[in-house]
Design a protein. Structure first.
Length: 244
């Protein structure tokens, strides 16, 4: 005999285990918040912008061909910026205690589509150091690209600036706690249905018919509580004493 579960049964299960669901959700949010605020190291981000553009004596001399040439060079420049040829000089100038490979992990180079602006984004635990890394990388690249590729079409458009009260980009406690709330909620619901599945006790007359597959012939009335029986007996004794 196949067992079917109605929507009403599902809501009853959720309602009966509402405390467990709420507890797991609150616990997950608390753990995520504690880890985000107390254990994860804040990471700060800053960036500088580099303009790739052919040097012209007159603005009217800028043609579409020049622009397309610059756009094609941008991918090459992005690789050069993160190369040891540039990063080794950045490490030397800043006296950083890390390798070029480690510094590469902190730097991201990206551009908007069909844009001649290259963004050098740096992430570090120290916001001031992130600013210095971004600016130093841009300056070294601007100076060295002239010798590396024999071009003079790179200039710093917007240097990185240290904000007065920088905010970390990682971790994001609100996002982490929101994700934890969803996970905790799902875990609580899962526990609720697991408890219901593992509970094989018969609680109602309908359970007896469903599990045993036999019709119910009768129901025994609930036995009165002991306190009510004692009260009734005491009243009868008092009445007998008065009549006697």
């Amino acid at each position: 005999m196949e067992e079917t579960i109605s929507l009403q049964d599902l809501f009853k299960t959720l309602k009966k285990n509402l405390g467990i669901i709420a507890l797991t959700t609150i616990l997950a949010i608390t753990i995520a918040g504690a880890v985000s605020f107390l254990f994860l190291t804040p990471i700060y981000e800053n960036s500088t912008q580099i303009l790739v553009n052919q040097e012209q004596t007159e603005a009217s001399q800028m043609t579409n061909q020049n622009i397309q040439t610059d756009l094609q060079l941008i991918n090459t420049y992005s690789v050069i910026i993160k190369s040891p040829a540039i990063l080794d000089q950045v490490i030397e100038q800043m006296n950083l205690d890390m390798s070029a490979e480690a510094l590469t992990q902190k730097i991201t180079v990206n551009t908007a589509e069909n844009s001649q602006v290259v963004n050098v984004v740096v992430r570090d635990e120290d916001p001031a150091q992130a600013v210095e890394m971004a600016n130093t990388t841009a300056e070294v690249f601007e100076n060295d690209i002239r010798e590396l590729m024999n071009v003079d079409n790179v200039s710093i458009l917007s240097p990185a600036v240290l904000k007065e009260n920088p905010s970390p980009v990682e971790p994001n406690p609100i996002l982490n706690m929101a994700i934890a709330a969803v996970v905790g909620l799902m875990l609580g619901v899962g526990i609720a249905f697991l408890r219901e599945y593992l509970d094989t006790s018969m609680k109602t007359e309908q359970d007896i018919e469903d599990i045993l597959g036999v019709p119910l012939l009768g129901v025994i009335s609930p036995i009165k509580e002991k306190a009510e029986l004692e009260t009734t007996t005491s009243n009868r004794r008092k009445a007998a004493e008065l009549n006697g």
